[in-house]
Write a protein that binds this ligand. Structure first.
Ligand code: FE2
Length: 205
């Protein structure tokens, strides 16, 4: 199976003024596309050729290297686009709101902790809200690394590579992180991820 670049779930200008059309054109059309193309080059003629992207990420995690870096970045970006929505952000509702209250003692404490992870990740990487053993957890990963290969189920991510924000915010990563949390998070997507990971709990709620 040749992997393809997934389309954005919104127009390139749909996240303005928070993330510009120009940023999304470069980030999706150039950066994400390059990870997908490189992964296709690397799996050609190998046992990975017909595998799903998630399986390639898991299978290449131990050896690391080029295949893992490109495949994980392809997966992380496809996930990140869905974490964003026009008119998103702010306090969540639904099951994730209850889970956040339970795990962190309220949205404000969650916000502080997630923003802290995103701003303190040194250099390129990602911050995540994931489930581990059914419990919510905030973490950060460097470069292409992903919770998929650390026994976690990712629910939400923010890309903190400079290419995600430099055109709009230059070196002001904390501003980009605040805007992400206050105006862009797709809690609908996070709730869907939570329901998929905990189907019994979600239906009982
Ligand atoms: Fe990125």
């Amino acid at each position: 199976m040749t992997l393809s670049l997934p389309e954005l779930p919104y127009a390139y200008d749909a996240l303005e003024p928070h993330i510009s059309k120009r940023t999304l054109e470069f980030h999706h059309g150039k950066h994400h596309n390059a990870y997908v193309k490189k992964t296709n080059e690397l799996i050609k003629g190998t046992p990975h050729e017909k595998a799903a992207l998630e399986d390639i990420v898991r299978a290449s995690a131990k050896e690391g290297g080029k295949l893992f870096n490109n495949a994980a970045q392809a997966w992380n970006h496809a996930f990140y686009w869905q974490c964003l929505a026009p008119k998103g952000g702010g306090k969540p509702s639904g099951a994730i709101a209850e889970a956040i209250d339970e795990a962190f003692g309220g949205y404000d404490a969650f916000r502080k902790s997630f923003a802290g992870a995103a701003t303190s990740q040194f250099g390129s990487g990602w911050a995540w809200l994931s489930l581990r053993g059914g419990k919510l957890e905030i973490s950060k990963t460097g470069n292409a690394d992903t919770p998929l290969v650390h026994g976690q189920v990712p629910l939400l991510t923010i890309d903190v590579w400079e290419h995600a924000y430099y055109l709009d915010y230059q070196n002001r990563r904390p501003d980009y992180v605040s805007v992400f949390l206050d105006h862009l998070v797709s809690w609908k997507f996070v709730n869907a991820n939570l329901a998929a990971a905990q189907p019994k709990k979600a239906s009982a709620a």
